[in-house]
Design a protein. Structure first.
Length: 375
């Protein structure tokens, strides 16, 4: 299920209005704010689940949290909308802290709010004292059942969103995963082997996730991959891979880098709840073009079947070429525009775009240029 995200004055983002759905690519020059854009809902998740201070720590502290072009009194504003409900968070920088006001609306009715510089909040007519917590999280336990159900999709979108970046494939290779009961991939991927083992041994709904990853690896590496075997030692889970043409399995330490990276991406996609959203930063790194194209096919098929929104920050011409018939799902973080990101179908005439490969246009700096031509 899609959503709309609005942002003002957060880090590299001066003004954002974005309504992605399905599998989308975000591209543009280095330093334009692609990863920051993907991190916004992750920032809101930390605030929703763990409070104000956790969100600030996730963002790297208050020193660079406000956009440098914003006025000293300008608020940092986030709005997350889905169907007929929305959640607004406004943050005011008062170093070394961040003061927050917040509101939740359903059908234009404000159900919960907290004013700036106040520890008092209200859910309908009920007053409550909160410190750095989110009033939205309190509202989901205090509102009447009908209103909670109406807000459930928006709440789950924020609370289940994950941005996968800096995946720890090296740790998986050398150490394995800690043995846990986890059923969803952490943002750094270090619990991947435990998650896969738990999916394979779990209920049918989770076993289906295991098959998506296992079958996906075979599709991405048809001449190499055959199967996975799990090994446990104390509080650690690792794996061995069976490769076609080899009599003995290969341990994780000796496995190809691209295979481990693809396993992590497939786990990230499979971890996304039905109707939910996730983001992957530069999924192309370390992968052969065939594996990239196959991974994109698998992502699209699962997004369609499970109503997912999958957001991919990329510089890869191979990834962009998979959007040749869907330029409206490619978004550009291109400096010089008042509101970002810009859909490629709005940036350039779709009929003109149809004559070219999008990867070639990006490589030639026709859009998302790292260096803009002189005026």
């Amino acid at each position: 299920m899609g959503f709309t995200l609005e942002v003002e004055n957060y880090r590299a983002l001066r003004k954002v209005r974005w309504s992605p759905s399905g599998v989308c690519a975000i591209t543009g020059p280095n330093g334009s704010g692609k990863t920051t854009l993907l991190s916004v809902i992750e920032f809101l998740r930390h605030f929703l689940q763990r409070g104000n201070q956790a969100a600030v720590e996730f963002s790297g502290g208050t020193a660079s949290i406000r956009n440098q072009h914003a006025g000293i009194t300008d608020a940092i504003r986030f709005t997350l909308l889905q169907q007929n409900c929305f959640w607004m968070v406004q943050a005011y920088l008062t170093p070394p802290s961040l003061e927050i006001s917040e509101g939740v609306w359903l059908d234009q009715q404000q159900l919960a709010n907290r004013d700036i510089f106040s520890s008092t909040a209200s859910v309908l007519e009920r007053k409550l004292i909160i410190s750095g917590d989110s009033v939205f999280s309190h509202a989901m336990s205090l509102l009447p059942t009908e209103q909670r159900e109406a807000l459930k999709g928006l709440h789950e979108l924020a609370s289940n969103f994950r941005l996968y970046q800096n995946l720890q494939s090296g740790t998986l290779r050398t150490v394995g995963s800690p043995s846990t009961a986890d059923l969803y991939l952490h943002t750094d991927g270090r619990n991947a082997f435990s998650v896969l083992r738990n999916w394979k041994a779990g209920r049918k709904e989770h076993e289906e996730r295991w098959r998506f990853v296992r079958d996906g690896l075979e599709e991405c590496f048809p001449e190499l991959f055959e199967d996975i075997e799990f090994l446990s030692a104390g509080q650690t889970v690792t794996v061995r891979f069976f490769f076609k043409g080899l009599q003995e399995p290969i341990d994780a330490y000796s496995a190809p880098h691209g295979l481990l990276i693809t396993l992590l991406h497939l786990c990230a996609i499979a971890s996304t709840p039905d109707g939910g959203a996730a983001a992957i930063d530069e999924p192309e790194n370390g992968l052969h073009p065939y594996a990239i194209r196959t991974l994109m096919d698998l992502a699209r098929a699962r997004a369609s079947a499970k109503d997912l929104t999958l957001l991919l920050a990329t510089h890869s011409p191979v990834v962009l070429n998979t959007f040749n018939t869907e330029p409206e799902r490619v978004y550009i973080m291109e400096p010089g525009h008042d509101v970002l990101p810009i859909a490629l179908s709005e940036h350039s005439n779709p009929e003109w775009l149809a004559h070219f490969s999008l990867g070639d246009l990006y490589s030639d700096q026709t859009f998302g240029a790292q260096r803009r031509p002189p005026k």
